[in-house]
Write a protein that binds this ligand. Structure first.
Ligand SMILES: Nc1ncnc2c1ncn2[C@@H]1O[C@H](COP(=O)(O)OP(=O)(O)OP(=O)(O)O)[C@@H](O)[C@H]1O
Ligand SMILES: O=P(O)(O)O[C@H]1[C@H](OP(=O)(O)O)[C@@H](OP(=O)(O)O)[C@@H](O)[C@@H](O)[C@@H]1OP(=O)(O)O
Ligand SMILES: [Mg+2]
Ligand SMILES: [Mg+2]
Length: 341
């Protein structure tokens, strides 16, 4: 099978030379780019769709499942390892593999991904960047971390000067169901009912539409999703309590075909996104992530990043098959250039 695919490969890596180490046969001078993947079954289903695998095959890319019952070094050989699994054990396996196989590109380094597993450190790079130019300003909502003792939250929030309403997000962001259980608090008193450790974030009115900015290496794709509606002053004054809300901006909440107010729907300026993505790629050390971005309602150019996700639902990103396969090829070509240059 693999041999047959090789003959028709238009883009496979020209320079051969890779030794056969008992892994995949290497019969042609154009060899396959082998991508080992370690993903949950949910992710395999949403990401590794037949169209992606088919296009990848035509471009000379082969996706191979990593076998968790065998040492990683006994598998492959891989050009790239693509992964999104949690746990210390897996991180250690990858770290050891990285040391012994520096020639393999690990997408992405476990330490860098770990940075996104805490909702405080997640947005630090955006805050530090403090991006502001003629195209707009990008910041993060004012936020406070509460590690324990719910009874102290109202005072802590008042002292810090956080305004209501407040979005409460679990501090740990490990992809678990619990880490996506968010709530909106309307009054000081109810803040005591929250369950730390949490990040408390000012709710920013944004017209009920959010921008999902997908990043795959240097490629950027933006889509609109529905989000929480604005909270008016009147509504705030009349409402009390803490309200849990479901995953409001999931794929089913696409706002691409909706008839929206142009001021709300207008995408963030491309040059601003280019600059933001470039800086965050560097500062976070990641190549596969997305940003949830909102525009403060009533402004044209005041943006906030409220969430960053590692290896998000690319299966729902338009043209992801082309973008992702081109990206994988660029990684291997880049490496060859570096070696021969
Ligand atoms: N500061 C904020 N101001 C206004 N709305 C917010 C704010 N933070 C979150 N939201 C709303 O809550 C939703 C969920 O928040 P967030 O994206 O932080 O959670 P998540 O569980 O990490 O989401 P994802 O499924 O994208 O990983 C957002 O899509 C947005 O609708
Ligand atoms: O289904 P959705 O479109 O919401 O995609 C979500 C994706 O699910 P999928 O990749 O299995 O589909 C999730 O992946 P896991 O953490 O559960 O692995 C996670 O990355 C979310 O942030 C994604 O939301 P997005 O930020 O991309 O909108
Ligand atoms: Mg989000
Ligand atoms: Mg998230």
């Amino acid at each position: 099978m693999v041999r047959e695919m090789r003959e028709e490969m238009p883009y496979g890596i020209e320079e051969g030379g890779r030794e056969e180490e008992g892994g995949f046969p290497n019969t042609s001078h154009k060899r396959l780019v082998v991508v080992g993947y370690a993903l949950t079954s949910k992710k395999i289903k949403s990401f590794l769709q037949p169209k992606l695998e088919g296009l990848a095959r035509n471009k000379g890319i082969l996706f191979v499942a990593i076998d968790h019952n065998k040492p990683l070094s006994d598998q492959g050989p891989f050009d790239i390892v693509l992964h999104k699994l949690s746990g210390k054990e897996w991180r250690q396996i990858l770290e050891d593999y990285r040391q012994t196989h520096p020639e393999v590109t690990i997408l992405d380094p476990p330490d860098a991904i770990q940075h996104l597993h805490n909702r405080q450190s997640m947005l630090q790079a955006v805050a530090d960047l403090n991006l502001s130019d003629s195209y707009g300003k990008v910041g993060v909502p004012k936020q406070l971390v509460v590690k324990k003792d719910a009874s102290s939250i109202p005072d802590a929030v008042a002292n810090f000067g956080l305004k209501l309403p407040i979005v409460a997000k679990p501090l740990v962001n490990d992809g678990s169901k619990k880490s996506h259980e968010l709530s909106l608090a309307y009054d000081w008193y109810s803040l005591q009912k929250l369950d730390p450790p949490l990040v408390l974030q000012e709710f920013v009115n944004h017209g009920g539409v959010l921008f999902k900015v997908y990043i795959v290496g240097e490629a950027i794709k933006v889509v609109r999703r529905f989000s929480l509606p604005d909270v008016t002053k009147r509504e705030l004054s009349k409402t009390a309590g803490v309200y849990h809300f479901p995953r409001v901006s999931c794929a089913a909440a696409s706002a691409e075909d909706a008839d929206l107010d142009p001021c709300i729907a207008e995408l963030p300026p491309r040059p601003l996104l280019e600059k933001l993505a470039k800086e965050l790629r560097r500062r976070l050390g990641l190549r596969l992530f997305n940003l949830d971005m909102i525009r403060e309602h009533g402004t044209r150019d005041r943006f906030y990043v409220i969430d960053i996700n590692y290896f998000p639902g690319y299966g729902k990103m338009p043209e992801y098959e082309h973008i992702f396969t081109d990206f994988l090829l660029s990684l291997v070509k880049g490496k060859h250039k570096k070696r021969s240059g």
